[in-house]
Design a binder for this molecule. Sequence first.
Ligand code: URA
Length: 255
Amino acid sequence: MLDLDEYQAALAALDWQVELGADEAILDAPVNRYEAAAEARAAAPEPTAPLPRPGPPPVPEPDHVAEAEAAARAASSLDGLRAAMAAFERCELKRGARNLVFCDGDPSARVMIVGEAPGRDEDLQGKPFVGRAGQFLDRMFAAIGLSRQDGSLYITNVLPWRPPRNRDPSDEEIAMMRPFLHRHIELADPDFLVVMGNISAMALLNRRGILRMRGIWSEALGRPALPMTHPAYLLRNTAAKRDAWADLLSLKARL
Ligand code: URA
């Protein structure tokens, strides 16, 4: 408790400070205003993003596979199917190709070979398997008495257009063109299918790994199907020719 003298002295000291301009109460320790501002910003709630304005309703992606299925189903002959494929605009490969490669050989043959896709020579001539691999394919099948010239072989590919720089077709491209291939097989109605290479195995048997599958009879579209290594592979890997010969003999035995 202050006595009167002390009280008067304290009051006089306060008056004196007010007169000097110290008219605001301050703290014992200094405050860092920069830190305080940063803490306040950190504690503030996140600004919320403005709500997007409603745009036009999304346009559904066209279903290219469904379109291909409808076009293929509508074809009632091989000529009709070729025309339907020529009119199909959804596969980008068409833009880079010179020709549609549809088939060669005799559509009434008992054996139908399904290759992968045209290369440069096939693109130029509009026929499957006419380049180096094709000439080797002809020699392979001639060895068991089959030829595209004498009515005993019919040949097509999974893709009718050459992929740029002979790259492997994508899964989307295979899926898009598969309905046409299935219809092609239905219309030609062969007794046996030869599934040549990985792309054909994917399109017809839904599997890759031709080196494991080759020579093992399977079934595609309700008919016997023989997976074989592609002649282009055999040209590069001569040691694999022996297995291919065994596969050809297996086909001959079935015929
Ligand atoms: N390879 C294929 O798979 N098909 C052809 O037509 C030519 C080369």
